[in-house]
Write a protein that binds this ligand. Sequence first.
Ligand code: BV8
Length: 242
Amino acid sequence: MNAIERARGLLSGVRRLVVLSGAGLSAESGMATFRGAGGLWEGRRVEEVATPEGFQRDPALVWEWYSQRRGQALACRPHPGHEALVAWERRPEAHLVHVTQNVDGLLQRAGAERVLELHGSLFRVKCSAGCPGEREDLRVPFPHPQPCPRCGDLLRPAVVWFHEMLPAGILEEAAREIGSAEVLLVVGTSGVVQPAASLADIALGAAIPVLEVNPEETPLSSLADVFLKGPAGKVLPSLLDS
Ligand code: BV8
């Protein structure tokens, strides 16, 4: 039995599925990945730009960079892999929850409804001084740094930067969903960034079958029940289509 057949066997009759996704899920839509060959940050270290210190140092540079990514995301379209996930989610008996590290909104644009955005969204802004609340902002280009309407400090992208905590409660919610899943499907993540990467350990520790889709091996590949080597846009339709 080949890998797809084994994976399809583990999925048959399953109702509760969690999909843990990273930048690789958006790659075939045209979004650059963080650590791929082309790299995401032309010549800029991730930790230099996607950090509170980076924003403090040069807010205009960071806004410009998020503005570019917002434009890139809006110019992208969901691919057949996104569509296969959403079709599965729409099955009457299905309970599919997306736990994504992505901030590009492509899953939602494909029609996904239950999406836990571990690292926030390109399309929301919040006060950099901590005033509560986030608000949607779809403008492209992202106008240069703007004052918080409440305190006048700078607004910033509502994404989780390195050295920042994830939104309160979201990790626990993701852990609960994975702990009660029948299968965990991990798509397009290098498994480098914590604490997102350790979510897969919950399934492994609870003997919940783990399927991984990635054109490259990752530290998870040898631990997964089935490693499906290939791009999400190609593998997901053959894995999920009924
Ligand atoms: C935290 C949002 C607690 C922003 C992102 C020192 C001090 C403090 C913390 C740390 C430290 N050292 C380490 C840490 C922890 C740190 C961390 O993990 N660092 C890494 C670099 C080692 N984590 C944090 O800081 C987190 N917070 O720990 O808080 C704390 C607080 C204070 C002090 C101490 C601790 C916050 C992490 C969140 C960072 N924000 N994004 C933005 O997007 O602008 S992370 C960013 O990386 C994205 O969210 C991205 O999703 C994520 C993970 O990357 P991947 O998604 O996996 O993408 P990658 O490019 O790596 O891989 C793509 C994969 O796809 C590859 O495997 C490739 O083969 C595959 N692929 C390619 N094509 C396809 C494909 N797959 C399928 N189909 C294809 N076609």
